[in-house]
Design a protein around this ligand. Structure first.
Ligand SMILES: [Zn+2]
Ligand SMILES: [Zn+2]
Length: 165
């Protein structure tokens, strides 16, 4: 979505409701294209007492694989997009301010996309207690134990024997 920011920078109290979707289906992440469904962006763009801000939430589902068992999963995720937009910066650097160079053609999609990629998780699990795959035979241990014999530390073996008795 391209927005002309000029009115927002000049008119106090101006509010625009944001409720639209961004298509990231062509974007790659971790070697795949996980954004099958459009990203929903909801929030407001407003000038409050002369300060122009974007306050929105981006909601989406990523089609990825569990890091432990490799099962395909739909991973729901959402991030907050909060920025103060300015047309010029004063001398002091301020990381909280986002300088918009082309105020007539502010590209909100780019901002949303950048924020999403900066905040994506690096690990995906099908469940917190996913048991993963056996490193030897590759069996999905969520479906039950495999028949591989575990090499057990002799001290642990003694303990196991004690527990078995
Ligand atoms: Zn898993
Ligand atoms: Zn095994």
């Amino acid at each position: 979505m391209i927005i002309d920011l000029e009115p927002f920078l000049n008119v106090e109290g101006l509010v625009k409701e944001l409720d639209y979707t961004v298509d990231l289906s062509g974007e790659e992440f971790l070697g795949g294209k996980p954004f099958n469904a459009p990203v929903s962006v909801k929030g407001i763009l407003s000038n409050h007492s002369g300060i122009v801000t974007v306050d929105a939430d981006a909601d989406f589902t990523m089609s990825v694989c569990c890091d432990r068992c490799a099962k395909p999963i739909d991973f729901p995720y959402d991030i907050a997009i909060n920025h103060t937009l300015v047309a010029s910066l004063n001398d002091e650097e301020n990381d909280d301010l986002l300088l918009v160079e082309d105020i007539k053609n502010f590209n909100l999609d780019e901002l949303v996309t950048d924020d999403i990629f900066l905040n994506l998780p690096s690990k995906f699990l099908c469940s917190e207690d996913c048991k993963g795959l056996c490193p030897k035979c590759g069996k999905d241990l969520n479906d039950g134990p495999c028949s591989c014999r575990k090499e057990i530390d002799p001290r642990l073996a003694a303990l196991t024997q004690l527990l078995d008795n």
